[in-house]
Design a protein around this ligand. Structure first.
Ligand SMILES: *Cc1c(COP(=O)(O)O)cnc(C)c1O
Length: 427
């Protein structure tokens, strides 16, 4: 019997001698780009790095327009605003996601409708979307959670049938591809985050992507105090369309949601690194999943055959206590953390019981009226699958472990096997 690291045995990985790959990744290119911006004195406001990054990210995502802004929360908010979603509207979102997906819906005075997810890939379940549709439904926000892909064929079919907008929350999916189409190019608007934890990062930041020039025009205005862009900087401005702007269509109410040139400079360099990094993560993710599927009680997140590029994010897998000798999941996670020397987490908390999604703590903003107050109570939604994933099933590890070698993947699988073999020592 080997002694488990959590019980004082030697860990599967000695992280002093053999640290995991570092995140974020940067080099001389980032240093030079930052100095260039510093010396230029152009530190913000539609600068050359921002314009270049928008062009490169649009190209990368296969859309006509990409617009960067302060973060991946604001991207969701301006996407909703650009689509005219607000008071009286319902937006269907998955119950298992980062709180921003829900918080932005109430921040535009609309009602988030929490739908349960699929046990296979932890993304919103199309059958649950259909059940949640009412005459008030205006949009769906699928989240491609932990690098899995929401079923975009089913979601786009539902949207078409019911005349709904689709905003893809791609905060975990930079570069993923569904049937040859990039995440963020399938719905009406894509939303990306460049927060430090994401696989393209500038510390903070975000982009919206769209093929619709009228939407791009509104999104651009919304991130820039409502200023309408010059007609010649975007595709034709369709001045008659939409219910925004003043009488001559020049302005829209908003605020300063602009990114800095320093962030844009880092993003230009990071985007050059992303395809190779995605290729490594995908190869390692597939390899590790194949190893894990041989261990009792462990199973991979289902990856859809229509995913032509996977873009693994944080490495998530499913745990089954009964098949793992009855070892409670919390003990499993702590034991794995001790073996590997990385944080091993549960999934996000389901939004009907999430410490950071608590709209009732802010009546001054969200109590528009009694009916709305009731409608935004997260507790009114039942999310059995989300709850099961969070409480019984989910094991999530930072994506930096996927930047290692095949030997590193063997080591992760061996560490899990070691815990299985020695599970009785944890009771
Ligand atoms: C990170 C994240 C966001 C928000 O992005 P920020 O840049 O942190 O504001 C939105 N949705 C999901 C699913 C995320 O993981």
């Amino acid at each position: 019997m080997e002694k488990l690291a959590i019980n004082g045995g030697s860990p599967s990985r000695d992280i002093t001698a053999q640290p995991w790959p570092k995140w974020p990744v940067w080099g001389k290119e980032e240093e030079a780009a930052l100095i260039e911006v510093l010396h230029s004195g152009v530190w913000s406001y539609n600068g050359p790095k921002e314009i270049e990054f928008n062009r490169l990210f649009a190209e990368f995502t296969g859309v006509k327009h990409a617009i960067c802004t302060v973060n991946g929360t604001i991207t969701l908010q301006i996407a909703l605003e650009a689509l005219g979603i607000g008071i009286g509207d319902e937006v269907i979102i998955p119950g298992l996601t980062w709180q921003a997906t829900a918080a932005t819906v109430i921040d535009v005075n609309a009602t988030p409708i929490l739908a349960d997810v699929s046990e296979d890939n932890w993304c919103i379940d199309p059958k649950e979307i259909e059940k949640a549709i009412t005459p008030k439904t205006k949009a769906i926000i699928p989240v491609h959670l932990y690098g899995a892909f929401a079923d975009m064929d089913a979601i786009m079919d539902i949207a078409k049938k019911h005349n709904l907008y689709v905003i893809e929350d791609c905060a975990h999916k930079h570069g993923g591809e569904w049937n040859g189409k990039k995440a963020g190019s399938i719905g009406d608007i894509g939303s990306f985050s460049y927060q430090l934890s994401k696989h393209l990062t500038a510390g903070e930041g975000g982009s919206v992507t769209t093929n619709n020039s009228d939407l791009a025009d509104k999104l651009d205005a919304l991130r820039n105090c409502g200023r309408r862009p010059e007609a010649d900087t975007l595709d034709e401005v369709d001045k008659g369309a939409g219910d925004y702007g003043d009488d001559d269509g020049n302005f829209i109410q908003s605020g300063n949601l602009r990114i800095t040139e320093f962030q844009a400079a880092i993003l230009v360099e990071g985007l050059k690194r992303l395809p190779a990094q995605n290729a490594i993560r995908d190869a390692n993710g597939d390899y590790l999943n194949a190893l894990l599927s041989k261990i009792p009680g462990i199973s991979p997140i289902t990856r859809d055959k229509r995913e032509t590029k996977k873009a693994y994010f944080n490495f998530a897998f499913k745990y089954c206590e009964n098949e793992f000798k009855g070892l409670p999941i919390k003990k499993f996670r702590s034991a794995l953390e001790a073996e590997l020397g990385v944080v091993v987490d549960a999934s996000y908390e389901p939004l009907n019981n999430c410490s950071l999604y608590v709209p009732h703590t802010k009546p001054s903003r969200h109590k528009l009226n009694d009916a709305y107050w009731k409608a935004i109570d997260p507790k009114r939604f039942s999310l059995p699958v989300c709850t099961r994933i969070f409480e019984e099933q989910s094991v999530c590890i930072h994506h930096k472990v996927l930047m290692g070698t095949e030997a590193d993947m063997n080591l992760i699988a061996q560490a899990i096997q070691k815990i299985y073999d020695n599970a009785q020592a944890l009771f």
